[in-house]
Design a protein. Structure first.
Length: 261
């Protein structure tokens, strides 16, 4: 049975909680969207605040900010007080710092830390940099050759914490199936995410974990162990919004920071 659990610090939103899978009464299941983009990505439309508001409305416990090849959105949220230096949640909501790096071999998610500009570097080098900074590496939309998914021969050599086996915006659904098969063969933990580029798509797909405490350290520890995947694809309208942004990505030259009020 699904229930609602709130803590005193969660005064502005409700977090959906399910009974813990292993009967640990001190743990609560928290849902996260581990892959989304704010308008600090050239092909995304909405502000960090809009993405947070959408996630809270859907009852999520947190989101990962994974803009393309930039951590500017993360630093913006730090300045605004949404991300604490100790990794604790703010008002019952956790922002996971991250970035989606366009490596030489394809896209790679960094979660839990920030990186210097590493576009075009080898994936193995990026994974090493992530781990040295205390983060974890996840390969998103793997095998999706239309969206810079990393190929199997490269994935096999990467020290990944998990594989994104369900991307709500994947080009062809069989790419998700192929990623799931690969994760099973490699005994890799799996994640599902929206890859949202608009606030309307936040939380379409999520991954949930049983956590004793809502914090960055407990989440990073839980991800390699696996979670509960909520798998839903973008609606046709949401998909069109995303692909429209991709088409005009190269034309956007105004930095997102200039559009902030």
């Amino acid at each position: 049975m699904q229930s609602i659990y709130t803590t005193p610090s969660e005064s502005d939103h409700l977090v959906r909680i399910l009974p813990p899978k292993e009967g640990d009464l001190n743990a609560y299941r928290h849902s996260f969207d581990l892959h989304l983009h704010t308008f600090f990505s050239k092909d995304a439309a909405d502000s960090p605040e809009s993405m947070i508001a959408a996630a809270k409305k859907k009852g999520l416990s947190g989101i990962a900010i994974t803009d393309h090849d930039t951590c500017d959105g993360v630093e913006y949220l730090r300045r605004k007080g949404w991300i604490r230096s100790d990794g604790e949640a703010v008002d019952g909501f956790l922002i996971i710092p991250g970035v989606e790096v366009s490596t030489k071999e394809g896209h790679l998610l960094c979660l839990g830390t920030t990186l210097p500009f590493m576009k075009g570097r080898r994936a193995t080098e990026v994974v090493q940099a992530i781990q040295e900074r205390g983060g974890i590496a996840i390969a998103p939309h793997a095998f999706d050759r239309f969206r810079a998914g990393i190929r199997q021969e490269v994935l096999s050599d990467l020290d990944l914490a998990a594989l994104e086996i369900f991307n709500a915006a994947v080009s062809l659904r069989r790419f998700n199936d192929k990623a799931a098969t690969f994760a099973t063969h490699r005994s890799l933990a799996s994640t599902a995410a929206s890859d949202a580029h608009h606030a309307s798509a936040v939380g379409v797909s999520t991954t949930s974990y049983d956590l004793r405490k809502l914090s960055l350290s407990t989440l990073l520890e839980a991800i390699p162990k696996g979670g509960h995947l909520e798998k839903n694809y973008l609606s046709p309208r949401q998909a069109m919004q995303k692909h429209f942004g991709n088409w005009f990505r190269g034309l956007r030259s105004v930095p997102a920071s200039r559009r902030l009020k």
